[in-house]
Design a protein around this ligand. Structure first.
Ligand code: PEP
Length: 245
């Protein structure tokens, strides 16, 4: 199975989302084995969910809270995300780690809460440039993935996103992606046992229609988590087409 997940981050107003979905749905046809998902900002989740209903396109949240309800001003629960139309949730995106203090301690209960709610968690992992330069990449990833030993939930997906490749136009080389994806596959087997072999491992970091085909040829790469290029429906359609080849 391949997945192409559009992470809109904090972009688009309602009219942009409507225009995006109109263009997308005019050409989109579901293909067996290729999952298309859009992760809009919270206020646009019901808008996008309503527009893509019945098309096969899935909607993800970009984050959600571990607690089911209560006095958590500014937060959104897993149940709320699902109620608004989501079937999955991004967890641990590097921007949330960087700007919102997301850590393994906050992510473990989120992974459990998502799975308990029936939302597919997509756990994002990745090293900074300083960590790569210090040869710490695999150790960092091991630490980020370790929570799955305590939350061996299924289904789940992992997205490898080197922080230095996100939004920078600098893509990891196929050799770097190959090394890390093989490592993650082995780690998942160690942490989760046999189900670890089924976990889709996506690559994210400056994916475009120009580089996606090469990236998809790398062993253990099951698709892309895409930021910038996913804001343009023509590019997103092209990425879906490439994933279906
Ligand atoms: C992302 O947001 O997860 C991402 C990979 O962004 P970009 O494609 O813009 O690098």
């Amino acid at each position: 199975m391949r997945m192409v997940v559009a992470n809109w981050k904090m972009n688009h107003l309602r009219r942009d989302a409507e225009a995006f979905c109109a263009t997308l749905l005019a050409s989109y046809r579901p293909v067996d084995g290729v999952v298309a998902a859009i992760a809009p900002p919270f206020p646009l989740i019901p808008v996008v969910s309503r527009l893509v209903a019945g098309s096969g396109v899935r909607v993800y949240a970009q984050n959600a809270h571990a607690e089911a309800k209560g006095a958590y001003t500014g937060e959104v629960s897993m149940a709320m995300a699902m109620d608004a139309g989501c079937t999955g949730v991004l967890l641990g995106h590097s921007e949330r780690r960087q700007y919102n203090g997301e850590t393994e301690a906050t992510l473990l209960p989120k992974v459990k809460a998502a799975a308990a709610q029936g939302l597919m968690p997509m756990l994002c992992v990745g090293e900074t440039l300083a960590q790569r330069d210090a040869n710490e990449t695999l150790e960092v990833l091991r630490g980020q993935l370790a929570i799955l030993a305590q939350a061996p939930v299924s289904p789940i997906a992992v997205a490898y996103e080197p922080v230095w490749a996100i939004g920078t136009g600098r893509v990891a080389t196929v050799e770097q992606i190959a090394e890390v994806h093989a490592f993650i596959r082995k780690e998942l087997a160690t942490l989760m046992g046999a189900p670890g072999a089924q976990v889709p491992i996506l690559y994210g970091g400056s994916v475009t229609p120009e580089n996606f085909a090469e990236i998809l040829k790398v062993p253990h790469v099951a698709g892309g988590l895409v930021g910038g290029a996913s804001l343009d429906p023509a590019k997103y359609l092209k990425l879906l087409e490439i994933a279906s080849l």
